[in-house]
Ligand binder design. Sequence first.
Ligand code: 6GU
Length: 227
Amino acid sequence: MRVNVVTMFPEWFDGPLSISIVARAIEDGALVVELVDLREHGLGRHRQLDDSPFGGGPGMVMMIEPLAAALEPLKDTHRVLFTPSGEPMSQETLDRWAETNEVTFVSGRYEGVDQRVIDNFIDEEVSLGDYVLAGGEVAAAAAIEGIARLLPGVVGNPESTEKESFRDGLLEEPVYTRPADFEGWTVPEVLLSGDHGRIEEWRSQQRVERTRQRRPDLLRNRKDPDT
Ligand code: 6GU
C-alpha cells in the first residue's frame, strides 16, 4: 500500500517512520510512504504557504495555490485532510483505508485551509478527537501506524488484529504476567485457575464493566451486543 503525505514538515515524520511496526512495514515493502514537501510549492521568493483570512480575524489560512500544485498529481487517490473540524477517526476509518491501494493525507496547519481546497481537492476530512493540536502531522502519523499494523504480513499473528479492542465495540480487559505476586500485589485468582470457561467469563465481564465506566457511548452504539 502507498500513503502520500502532504506536509509543511516532512522531517517531522523521520521518527514515526523509522521505528517499530511502521519501519518494519516499510522495510518489508508492505508500505510505501511518499512525503510531499508543501514548501516546494510555496509562492514567491519566501515560498509563502499562508495568508490572512478574507473578512478579517486572527490567524492565517493555508493558501490554495501550493495545495493545488501538490494535490494535482494525486487527484486519482483518496485524499484526506486532517483537521479538528473533521469526522472523528475510528478503527472503521483505518480498516477502510488499509483495504485500499493508495491514500493521500494532507496535514493542515495554521487556523485553517482555504475552503476551495477542501471543495475541490479533498474527499474526506478527519479529526483525531475533540482537542486542538498545532497541525495534522500527529494525525497522519497515527493513521499510518494504525494502517501499518493492519497490512497483511506486518503483524506476525493475524488473530491479534481481529480480537482486539474496538472490533467488538468493547474496551480490552486488564492483563497480567509473571510474577503472580509482586510485593503483595497479586493477580486475580481466576487467571491462575486453569479453568478456561471461568477465565473467558471473567474477561468478558471485565470488558463490559470497563466500557460501562469509561465509554458508555460505546455500549449504546454497539453493533452486535451479544457479550
Ligand atoms: Cl487532525 N489537526 C489539528 N490541528 N488538531 C487536531 C486534529 C487534527 N485532531 C484533533 N485535534
